[in-house]
Write a protein that binds this ligand. Structure first.
Ligand SMILES: C[S@@+](CC[C@H](N)C(=O)[O-])C[C@H]1O[C@@H](n2cnc3c(N)ncnc32)[C@H](O)[C@@H]1O
Length: 242
């Protein structure tokens, strides 16, 4: 299992660059967040039986997802977890003055090996973080997520996956690069991000697995109503219910 402290995310400039520029190289990031919000509105706010819902945000970064969810659901409270002190500081700054938020500094590796996550959570969200674990560790983390959830709780994961074959993976990389180039042109961006797909491939800490393998692991653990809710090349949203 790779250690968080050895990853790029432990470097200040790397996390700062991500927070400042992610919209320019994460395909349809705003749209993926819209899908997440719609899922939450439908499955969490649509249920009249739960008040003061508990949210867990794994690999929270600067807290962007929790911030959106808490704006949608004023009664909710949230626990944000990240391995990066710098990211947690950014999340604290973003959520300053917002009540019902708690921060935990822990890597996924520490979460897997210990009893760190809260229990009785209604909704677990994660965005573009779990692909840093190999499939064995992903499965162990999914089990921890399952244990953290209440019965009827939901887990939704926005993440990158690997294609089931090389020819599709090659096209997905080309598709990603095309999206970046088109966005740069339409917004007349001065900075160039078209090297990002190649950089993503070159970093050993990115360990995406196939969508099928991850959905199957979820089902084996006991999640149901599992599905892929969005897909564009390697970018996916998938999840399920306890
Ligand atoms: C691409 S950022 C995404 C941040 C945020 N969820 C978003 O969508 O903007 C990935 C986040 O996962 C965290 N992360 C990466 N590997 C991790 C690990 N092994 N344990 C805990 N956090 C990790 C990083 O510090 C970073 O904040």
């Amino acid at each position: 299992m790779s250690e968080f402290s050895e990853s790029q995310w432990a470097r200040l400039e790397f996390s700062r660059d991500y927070v400042d520029n992610a919209d320019n190289f994460i395909v349809q990031r705003a749209m993926m967040f819209d899908v997440l919000m719609s899922y939450y509105r439908h499955f969490m706010l649509g249920r009249g039986d739960v008040n003061a819902r508990g949210i867990l945000d794994l690999g929270c970064g600067d807290g962007v997802i929790t911030h959106m969810l808490l704006r949608l659901d004023n009664d909710a409270h949230a626990t944000l977890v990240d391995g990066s002190v710098d990211m947690l500081d950014k999340a604290r700054a973003r959520l300053k003055g917002v009540s019902g938020v708690k921060f935990i500094h822990a890597s996924f590796e520490e979460i897997i090996g210990d009893d760190i996550l809260p229990r009785g959570v209604d909704f677990v969200a994660s965005s573009l973080a779990i692909h840093h674990l190999n499939m064995t560790a992903k499965t162990l983390l999914l089990r921890k997520i399952y244990d953290a959830l209440k019965p009827d709780g939901h887990f939704l994961n926005i993440d990158v996956v690997i294609a089931p074959c090389q020819s599709l993976e090659d096209w997905y990389m080309a598709l990603w690069k095309e999206w970046i180039i088109q966005r740069q042109a339409s917004l007349r961006l001065e900075a160039n991000y078209d090297h990002i797909p190649a950089k993503y491939k070159s970093l050993g800490e990115n360990q995406p697995d196939t969508l099928d393998d991850q959905l199957e692991a979820m089902r084996d653990i006991g999640f149901y109503d599992t599905d892929c809710f969005y897909k564009h090349g390697i970018f996916t949203i998938f999840g399920g219910k306890k």
